[in-house]
Design a protein around this ligand. Structure first.
Ligand code: DX5
Ligand code: ZN
Length: 218
């Protein structure tokens, strides 16, 4: 039996005026992680939330916070996000001058390390770090906004990445971030994805818990 996927609702699509209620909904659901998008208005053209909001989410969260840093020079903030409650921290390959050092920094602090790559970035960028990371966050939209259309080329990248991971003996999980829905979830998992991030698909639903259950059942 294939293992069930890890489901990570993206809090970016939640009602920010009711974060406690939204986090409690995730706690009660079959979701595994809470995906938290941090945008700085420099690496991406949008600003999302900062440390006090992550601390507030963490006050109620019973599931690990999966913090996706879409910021330049992420090494400046890794420790602060860890203190705010992050259990997994992903940095962008495009935002790191010294990616290997940044991964070590995250791991040395006792946190799981992820590396995110943009849709235009080749997975070959990961070849020399794949054994040192816990998660690859494959962006299936251009980072910066929720609710965008899924980029179909992602399927090919997932399959190629799966091959790279098994050939290298890495244990990295493949996380898909952006435009995930009921239609693309199955082919993504069949291609080798392990973690599905879902923002608008979950939070725009009238029954988010049922929807999460549906994603988990694939
Ligand atoms: C995009 C973010 C995603 C986003 C996903 O920059 O990294 O995590 O919240 O949202 P949906 O599922 O609505 O595309
Ligand atoms: Zn994200």
């Amino acid at each position: 039996m294939p293992t069930a996927p890890i489901i990570a609702p993206s809090i970016l699509a939640a009602d920010f005026a009711n974060l406690e209620k939204e986090v409690r909904m995730i706690n009660e659901s079959d979701a595994d992680w809470i995906h938290v998008d941090i945008m700085d208005g420099v690496f991406v053209p949008n600003i999302s939330m900062g440390l006090p909001v992550v601390e507030a989410i963490n006050r109620y969260a019973k599931k690990p916070l999966d913090v996706h840093l879409m910021i330049v020079q992420p090494e400046r903030y890794v420790e602060a996000f860890l203190k705010a409650g992050a259990k997994i921290i992903s940095v962008h390959v495009e935002a790191c001058k010294h990616l290997h050092r940044n991964i070590q920094q995250i791991r040395d602090l006792g946190c799981q390390a992820g590396v995110a790559i943009n849709p235009h970035t080749s997975i070959t960028e990961l070849e020399n770090v794949i054994q040192d990371i816990d998660v690859v966050c494959l962006m299936s939209v251009n980072p910066g906004f929720g609710g965008q259309k899924f980029i179909e080329n992602t399927y090919r990248k997932v399959a190629d990445l799966k091959r790279m991971i098994s050939e290298s003996g890495s244990n990295a999980l493949i996380e898909i971030d952006g435009g995930v829905n009921q239609t693309n979830a199955r082919p993504l998992l069949e291609a080798g994805a392990n973690v599905l991030v879902a923002g608008n698909f979950v939070f725009n639903s009238s029954n988010p818990k049922e929807l999460i259950k549906g994603l988990k059942k694939h």
